[in-house]
Design a protein. Structure first.
Length: 212
């Protein structure tokens, strides 16, 4: 039987697009890993126990032996360093990858994640349509940037799939309505299909645990 202590572990949960970026990077790079379920919807990330795992109070967190690492972009870079997969071929490509990963963290995933949370997971009596619409409008601007980039290029940075693509797609396979309809964005649609055609690709709900 396999020694489970050697496996990388990822604190994550199915609804978390930020966790998906880390999980999908590992899965596509053929890394053996194990999920540790984070009960986000019952406030686990706010507990002192969780803060001792990640002082930032967020998922995902990667555990590799004694090392714990948070921030999906840092985890992605860590997996690139470990496996040699999905990084840049040149220093200039490396910078380009970083540029898109930072953009994703600020303008794609944070807006997509917040909009999806406000519109679907927040209790209905606490939802504000005005706030949701504001986020959707901002998110739409980011989708336009992404669509435009993918009009000119198959992948976001470099000639091949990189962690930049795996970052920016993090929220775009989820079924809940949050202002993104694939058919409205032909280049994003084509790119999402190209990513999901990669060997080892899994939908976030098939890759990470959810509370029954
Ligand atoms: N920039 C961080 C964002 C992580 C993040 O916001 N994670 C969410 C779940 S998708 C979280 O744990 N939020 C807890 C909170 O904000 O209280 C990353 O890319 O890892």
């Amino acid at each position: 039987m396999e020694n489970q202590d050697n496996l990388l572990k990822l604190y994550c949960f199915g609804e978390s697009g930020n966790s998906y970026k880390a999980a999908l990077t590992m899965e596509l790079a053929d890394v053996l890993w194990q999920p540790i379920f984070v009960d986000f919807f019952n406030g686990e990330t706010r507990t002192p126990e969780y803060r001792s795992i990640n002082a930032m109070g967020e998922a995902p967190v990667l555990v590799d032996g004694k090392r714990k690492l948070s921030q999906s972009g840092a985890i992605q870079k860590y997996i690139v360093a470990k496996t040699g997969r999905f990084g840049g071929q040149t220093p200039s490509e490396e910078i380009e990858i970083l540029r898109w990963v930072f953009w994703d963290n600020h303008k794609m995933s944070s807006l997509a994640g917040t909009t999806r949370f406000l519109a679907n997971f927040l209790p209905e009596d606490l939802r504000s349509q005005e706030v949701i619409d504001w986020h959707k409008a901002r998110f739409r601007v980011s989708l336009k940037v992404l669509e435009k980039r993918l009009q000119d290029s198959a992948w976001l940075a470099g000639q091949n799939l990189t962690i930049a693509d795996i970052a920016c797609c993090g929220y775009l396979y989820y079924p809940e309505p949050f202002g993104f309809k694939r058919k409205e964005w032909p280049c994003i649609d084509r790119w999402l299909t190209a990513i999901s055609n990669q060997k080892g690709w899994k939908h976030p709900y098939d890759l990470m645990p959810r509370k029954p």
